[in-house]
Structure formats: structure tokens, C-alpha cells
Design a protein around this ligand. Structure first.
Ligand code: IDP
Length: 137
């Protein structure tokens, strides 16, 4: 069954010139398609909505500052098992714990600057797609 997920290439990925590398990995998965794609700068209100579940945690304020530090690439990716699948391509949150071959495992070192966000469940995808691409939902 086809699904949709929200992917953000974080400001570190954009600054380091890794947009093509990361999108290429997503595009090469059989049958997945990119149905929306935009370079944009995120404001505080959007970030508060997106990362609301982390409010109050010690990493929250630096995370929001980092996510506002430069443009991100926001994408909607559609396809079979795409929610679980993009999370697998990304690897776990801590890039040092992420296996080589995953996006975070290949390119990341510090936890905050881990290159990519991908919705972690169908419920998160629905909520996040409404924030970033309200007209596509
Ligand atoms: P996820 O992006 O792998 O789903 P979450 O736990 O939802 O991970 O955390 C959101 C983002 O917050 C992470 O991708 C990372 O950028 C940042 N983050 C999470 N935990 C930490 C931490 O312990 N220190 C610094 N940043 C963190």
C-alpha cells in the first residue's frame, strides 16, 4: 500500500552540498516518487509545531536554532512502505551509532546535525505533512 512521508534535508546537508547525494538515494528506491520538493527557510512557529514533542528537553533550543540556521529542503516522498523505508535509509538518530551505508552513518558525526528528518510513523507523517505541505494533504 502506498504511503506518504515528510523528509527534511537539514541545514547541514544543504550547506555541505549533500542535497543531490541524499535525494539520489531516495530516488533510487524502486517505485518511490517525489511529489513535492522545496528549498525553504523555517520560521520559529513552524519549528515549534514540528518539534513540539521535544519542547523542554535540553536539546530543544539548540535544535530549533540549528534548524533555523539556513535553508532546508522539504520533500514529500510517496511509495510502498516509504515511512519505514526512509527511516532505514537515514539510520538511527546518533550518526556514530548509524551503520555505514546509511545517510547518517556515512555523513554525520554529531547528533544534532544528522542531515535528515523523516516522519517516524503514519500518524507523524500525517501531522507533519499538514505543517509543511498543507495543500498536498
Ligand atoms: P529522529 O530525528 O531520529 O526521529 P528525534 O528523537 O525525533 O530523532 O529527535 C529529533 C532531532 O533532535 C534529531 O534528529 C536530532 O537532530 C536532535 N536530537 C535528538 N536527540 C538529541 C540529543 O540528545 N542531543 C542533540 N540533539 C538531539
Amino acid at each position: 500500500m502506498s504511503e506518504r512521508t515528510l523528509v527534511l534535508l537539514k541545514p547541514d546537508a544543504v550547506r555541505r552540498g549533500l542535497i543531490g547525494e541524499i535525494i539520489g538515494r531516495i530516488e533510487r528506491k524502486a517505485g518511490w516518487t517525489i511529489s513535492a520538493l522545496e528549498l525553504r527557510s523555517l520560521d520559529q512557529a513552524t519549528l515549534e509545531q514540528h518539534y513540539g514533542e521535544h519542547q523542554g528537553k535540553p536539546f530543544y533550543e539548540p535544535l530549533v536554532a540549528f534548524m533555523a540556521s539556513g535553508p532546508v529542503v522539504a520533500l514529500v516522498v510517496e511509495g510502498e512502505r516509504v515511512i519505514e523505508g526512509v527511516r532505514a535509509l537515514a539510520g538511527p538518530t546518533d550518526p556514530i551509532a548509524a551503520a555505514p551505508g546509511s545517510i547518517r552513518g556515512d555523513f554525520g558525526v554529531i547528533v544534532r546535525e544528522n542531515l535528515i528528518h523523516a516522519s517516524d510513523s503514519a500518524e507523524s507523517a500525517e501531522r507533519e505533512l499538514k505543517i509543511f505541505f498543507p495543500s498536498a494533504v
